[in-house]
Every structure is written in structure tokens, then in C-alpha cells.
Ligand binder design. Structure first.
Ligand code: NAP
Ligand code: ZN
Ligand code: ZN
Length: 351
């Protein structure tokens, strides 16, 4: 066991602050990582505030982790000290069910172990995430990070990246398709970049007039202000695929109506409350409404390699650890451009 400092929420209504954590020494299959950067996902905020009603306190969020390997267990073959690595939303799963065997650990039939707020499968307690100086993770859940990319801007790929890459790949988004991305936050801006890289005609839907120019710069061919009813009406029935990355309550039927016959809307945003769906929006054009959860470990590695080849990273705003509450408040106002990343060198030395 070794001690390290993290930043935790101790209750849904408490500000995050420093906490002393015990991390296990690396077991045979484990990799110990010095965390350099950790992205700030809206899921961190949902969990810290217990908006999904399953948070175990104290909660140390953070599942967009990039750092360097400092120690490895004796059976570790894939990593060595000094290597640049990443950890995303999962640190374990059953590894035996059909989903795990197919590389879809996120859909593990007994449930994957989350990087934070997850119950360790070996009885070692509740997991603590990347808002900390170090983490120890089984090598099977550690990713290789291309050295040529900016490591701080890679961190958000570990969740926002894979969560948008995976459904765009699964539904085979590509040339000849008109694709909508809803919400220009952490996930949405990666969705725009990937949909463009895959060759689709990309339309961004945003509630923020201030993000139009950025939407075009990030790769959208067109930007529609979703609060403008006339602009929305012009888009009805024109889309093959829409990815909805909105974190709050909104009218999902307004987007279902934009799909063509047999078009698909995939929900990745996870608002606290249910989103009412009008069945008429679905049955009139045999439309599909689906969801998608992050991505498996093999696909996450594929995504990182793709980003390495194509020079794709997140657009980030670096923050100090003690600025996390301000970052959360700005995220709630949709004031994100387009992912906050914590510089872990700013973590206090002691709790
Ligand atoms: P984020 O950076 O806060 O971005 C969310 C964006 O949604 C905002 O920037 C805003 O974009 C738009 N938005 C916010 N409030 C809205 C409202 N009332 N109506 C319409 N649009 C609104 O959040 P994120 O980190 O990208 O996460 C987005 C959601 O995905 C969260 O719920 C998160 O928990 C979830 N998530 C799911 C998965 C998964 O596996 N499925 C993985 C990670 C995260 P505009 O300003 O452009 O309108
Ligand atoms: Zn996330
Ligand atoms: Zn499994």
C-alpha cells in the first residue's frame, strides 16, 4: 500500500477537496501510473452531485487519465516504466461473459468495474478515479497512448473520444451520409471531429449562438441553432444518423423528426431525468432510437491509434486542481471550450 493525494466529493452538496488515498502496490498484473492529466467529464459532475442516485462517498471522480508508468508487476508484459499510457472509464470486468470475450467489456453481463465509484472484484473496496496523483490498474485495462500527440489533449479521448467514436463506427457513419451532432460540449466536439474524419456531411446542433464559428472550425459543414424553430423545421427528414450528447433535459422528439426513413438517433448524453419519446416520431418513418455506452478496450485502443495517425485530439482548457468547482459551474452553463483538463502537477502535496 502507498498513500497518495486525491480530490474527493464527500457529499452531494459538498465542494470537492483534498483527501488522502491508499493505493495498492502493484500486484502481478498491475501497472502503477503517475497521473499527468485528467479530463473533466460531465459524468464526473453527475456522480459527484449524486444525480444518478448511486454515488458512494467519498467519491474521487476522473476517468480520462493520461500518465507515465512508474512500476509494473512481475507478470506485466505489455507495459514498462516510462511509457505513456491512458485509463478510461473501466478498470476491470468479468472477462468471461460473451460481451467481455467479444471485447465489449462496457456491456459485461455482471457489470464492469468503473474507474471510480466501482466495486473492486477482489474485495479491495470502492475504486477512486483520476483526480489523484497516481493510480494502479490491471494491464488489461491500460491503453497505449501515441507519443506524438499532446498528452493533455489526449486525456479526453479516454471517455469523450471513445463514447463518440464507438457509435459512429458501429452505425457505419461515412461518406454520403448527413449526420447530426447535438450539443457542442466535451463529447459533442469529439463527435464533430470524428464524423468529419469518417467522411460524413456533418451538421452541428447547438443552443449556444457563441459556438457557431467554433463548430465550423472543428469540422461541421453547417451549424443549426436548435432554439430557432424555423431553422429546425428546414432540417426535418434530412438525416441518416444523429448523435445526441446533451447532458440536460431537452426535447428528443425535435431530433427524431429530423431523421429520414430508417434513420437512427443514438443517445450518449445521460441526463438525470427520463426523456419522453413520442412513438409517432418513431413509427412514421420506421426510425430507430438507440443508446451507446463508452466503448470496449480493443476499440478504445483502435480509436487512440486512429487519433495518432490523423492527429486528432480534444480542444482543451487546462485548469488547476483547486479550480474544479468553477469548472463544474461553467459546465452547467454550457461554457466549455471544449473540455477542461486538470494539470495534476497542481494537486496539493498533502491532504
Ligand atoms: P458537456 O461538456 O457539459 O456538454 C454538454 C453540452 O450539451 C453543452 O455544452 C451544451 O451544448 C448542451 N446542453 C447543455 N444543456 C442543454 C440543454 N438544456 N438543452 C440543450 N443542450 C444543452 O458534457 P459532456 O461531458 O460532453 O457529457 C454529455 C453527456 O454525456 C453527460 O450527460 C454525460 O454524463 C454523458 N456521457 C455519457 C457517456 C456514455 O457512455 N454514453 C460517456 C460520457 C458522458 P451547446 O452549448 O452546444 O448547446
Ligand atoms: Zn466520461
Ligand atoms: Zn463480462
Amino acid at each position: 500500500m502507498f498513500s497518495c493525494v486525491g480530490y474527493a466529493a464527500t457529499a452531494a452538496d459538498a465542494s470537492l477537496g483534498p483527501i488522502a488515498l491508499d493505493r495498492r502496490d502493484p500486484g502481478p498484473e498491475d501497472v502503477q501510473i503517475d497521473i499527468m492529466y485528467c479530463g473533466v467529464c460531465h459524468s464526473d459532475l453527475h456522480q459527484a452531485r449524486n444525480e444518478w442516485h448511486n454515488t458512494i462517498f467519498p467519491c474521487v471522480p476522473g476517468h480520462e487519465i493520461v500518465g507515465r508508468v512508474t512500476r509494473v508487476g512481475p507478470s506485466v508484459t505489455r507495459f514498462r516504466a516510462g511509457e505513456l499510457v491512458g485509463v478510461g472509464c473501466m478498470v476491470d470486468s468479468c472477462r468471461e461473459c460473451s460481451s467481455c470475450r467479444a471485447g465489449f467489456e462496457q456491456y459485461c453481463e455482471v457489470g464492469f468495474v468503473g474507474t471510480y465509484n466501482g466495486e473492486d472484484r477482489q474485495g479491495r473496496g470502492i475504486t477512486f478515479g483520476g483526480y489523484s496523483r497516481a493510480i494502479v490498474v490491471d494491464q488489461a485495462f491500460v491503453l497505449k497512448v501515441p507519443e506524438k500527440l499532446d498528452p493533455a489533449a489526449v486525456a479526453p479521448l479516454l471517455c469523450a473520444g471513445i463514447t463518440t467514436y464507438s457509435p459512429l463506427r458501429h452505425w457505419k457513419v461515412g461518406p454520403g451520409q448527413r449526420v447530426g451532432i447535438v450539443g457542442l460540449g466535451g463529447l459533442g466536439h469529439m463527435g464533430v471531429k470524428f464524423a468529419r474524419a469518417f467522411g460524413a456531411e456533418v451538421v452541428l446542433f447547438t443552443t449556444s449562438a457563441s459556438k457557431v464559428a467554433d463548430g465550423l472550425r472543428l469540422g461541421a459543414h453547417e451549424v443549426v441553432l436548435s432554439k430557432d424553430p424555423e431553422a429546425m423545421a428546414k432540417e426535418r427528414g434530412r438525416f441518416d444518423f444523429i448523435l445526441d450528447a446533451v447532458a440536460a433535459d431537452h426535447d428528443i422528439n425535435a431530433y427524431l423528426d429530423l431523421l429520414r426513413r430508417d434513420g437512427t438517433l443514438v443517445q450518449v448524453g445521460a441526463p438525470e431525468n427520463p426523456l419522453p419519446v413520442s412513438v409517432f416520431s418513431l413509427l412514421m418513418k420506421r426510425r430507430n432510437f438507440s443508446g451507446s455506452l463508452i466503448g470496449g478496450i480493443p476499440e478504445t485502443q483502435e480509436m487512440l491509434d486512429f487519433c495518432g495517425e490523423h492527429g486528432i485530439t480534444a480542444d482543451i482548457e487546462m485548469i488547476r486542481m483547486d479550480e474544479i468547482e468553477t469548472a463544474y459551474a461553467r459546465m452547467l452553463r454550457s461554457d466549455v471550450k471544449y473540455r477542461f483538463v486538470i494539470d495534476m502537477a497542481t494537486m496539493p502535496e498533502t491532504a
